[in-house]
Design a protein around this ligand. Structure first.
Ligand SMILES: *Cc1c(COP(=O)(O)O)cnc(C)c1O
Length: 353
C-alpha cells in the first residue's frame, strides 16, 4: 500500500461517476477461477487447439509483477491498457459525466485528450502553455477550474513541444485541485529528470501515464501503463474490457523487460542523435529555431513549414507538420531516427531551395 503523507481536500468518492461507483463489473471465467492447472471447461474455448486457444490473464499479473520491480511501485498501483490511449479514455469514463463535466488541457499538447473528451461528450477548457517557453500558466489553470472540472491533463515532457514543465507548477495544481491531475510521461525515458512515480504516495489525486510505445520500441503491441492509488486502479479495472491486453502482447513485453539494457542503449543513442541533429538543424538558413527537447523528437521552427514538408515527402522522408497549431506556427516535428536516417534527413534538407 502507498501511504499518503499529505491530506489534500481530495476525496475520491466525490468525483467518481455514480454509475461507475455502483457498477457491478463483468466477471470473466478467468476472474472466477485463478488456478493454473486443471481441465478448463469454463470459458467455451477450443481445447483441441494449442497455442493461443486460452483467454489471457485479465489482470496481467505476471507482467505487472515485472513492471512493479522495474518501476519500484506495488502491482496494485499499476493499470495496463491497450496503449495509454485506453487509459486516457478510461479516465473520462471513470470521472466525467457526459454533457456536464469538463476537463482542462494545456495546448499545444497531445491530441488524444481532446478527441477522447469529444468522444465522451465532455467539455474541454483550454489553457494554453506560455509562448516560447511552453510552461504551465498555473494562475489561469487554477482560475478556470469550476465544480464540474474533473481532470487536468499535463504532458511532461510535452508533445509536440518536447520540453518538460516545472515540478513546482504541477505541485501547485495538485495541491489546489480536488479532481484528478493526469501527468502523461510517455517520453519520460528521454528526459533528464525523473518520473513523478515517487510522488504518488504524497498525492492521491495524481495519475501517471507511461507507455511501451516510445523508448521501449513496442508501439505495435499497444501496451500502456497508468500508475495511481490502488483505489483508482480498481476503478479502472472495473471499467476496462475484460481481456484488454492480448496474450501475445503480454508475452512479448514480459520478454522485453528482461532485456532492459537494450532499452538503456536505445535511449543513449537517441539522446546523442537528438543533440547532434539539433545542432546541425540550427545551422540551416530556413530554420528559425530548434526547441530544446527532453523527448525523442525535435520541434523545429522554419520559415516555410508546408513547403519544406512537401519537399521532404517528395524525397520520401515523412515528418509531422504542426504549423497549423497555435503557438507552433511554422513548426515541423521531427522524430529522431537511426544515425543513417538522421544523416539522410540533413543531407536532403541541405538540398532544399
Ligand atoms: C505517443 C504518446 C502516447 C502513447 O500512446 P500509446 O497509446 O501508449 O501508444 C501517450 N501520450 C503522448 C503524449 C504521446 O505522445
Amino acid at each position: 500500500m502507498l501511504n499518503y503523507e499529505l491530506k489534500t481536500m481530495f476525496e475520491l468518492s466525490k468525483i467518481v461517476r455514480d454509475n461507475i461507483k455502483s457498477l457491478k463489473p463483468y466477471s470473466s471465467a478467468r476472474d472466477e477461477y485463478k488456478g493454473k492447472d486443471g481441465i478448463f471447461l469454463d470459458a467455451n474455448e477450443n481445447s483441441l487447439s494449442k497455442g493461443y486457444n486460452r483467454y489471457p490473464d485479465p489482470l496481467q499479473l505476471k507482467l505487472k509483477e515485472k513492471i512493479s520491480t522495474l518501476k519500484n511501485i506495488p502491482s496494485e498501483n499499476i493499470f495496463l491498457g491497450n496503449g495509454s490511449d485506453e487509459a486516457i479514455d478510461i479516465l473520462f469514463r471513470t470521472f466525467c459525466e457526459p454533457g456536464i463535466d469538463n476537463v482542462i488541457i494545456c495546448p499545444p499538447t497531445y491530441g488524444m485528450y481532446e478527441v477522447s473528451a469529444n468522444i465522451n461528450n465532455v467539455n474541454v477548457i483550454k489553457v494554453p502553455l506560455t509562448s516560447e517557453q511552453f510552461q504551465l500558466d498555473t494562475e489561469t489553470v487554477l482560475r478556470r477550474i469550476n465544480i464540474n472540472t474533473k481532470l487536468i491533463f499535463i504532458c511532461c515532457p510535452n508533445n509536440p513541444t518536447g520540453n518538460g514543465v516545472k515540478w513546482n507548477d504541477i505541485k501547485l495544481i495538485l495541491e489546489n485541485f480536488t479532481g484528478i491531475v493526469v501527468v502523461d510521461e510517455a517520453y519520460i525515458d528521454f528526459a533528464n529528470y525523473n518520473s513523478l512515480i515517487s510522488k504518488l504516495s504524497a498525492y492521491p489525486n495524481l495519475v501517471l501515464l507511461q507507455t511501451f510505445s516510445k523508448a521501449w520500441g513496442m508501439a505495435g503491441l499497444r501496451v500502456g501503463m497508468a500508475f495511481a492509488s490502488a483505489e483508482i486502479i480498481s476503478l479502472f479495472n472495473k471499467i476496462k474490457s475484460p481481456y484488454n491486453i492480448n496474450a501475445v502482447s503480454q508475452e512479448i513485453v514480459l520478454k522485453a523487460l528482461e532485456r532492459k539494457d537494450e532499452v538503456v542503449g536505445f535511449i543513449e543513442i537517441i539522446k546523442t542523435e537528438r543533440e547532434k541533429l539539433r545542432t546541425e538543424l540550427s545551422t540551416l538558413s530556413f530554420v528559425a529555431k530548434v526547441y530544446p527537447s527532453e523527448a525523442n523528437f525535435l520541434l523545429v521552427k522554419t520559415t516555410d513549414a508546408k513547403s519544406i514538408y512537401d519537399f521532404l515527402v517528395s524525397k520520401q522522408i515523412i515528418v509531422r507538420d504542426r504549423s497549423k497549431i497555435e503557438l507552433c506556427e511554422g513548426c515541423l516535428r521531427i522524430t529522431i531516427g537511426t544515425k543513417e536516417e538522421n544523416e539522410l534527413l540533413l543531407k536532403t534538407l541541405k538540398q532544399y531551395k
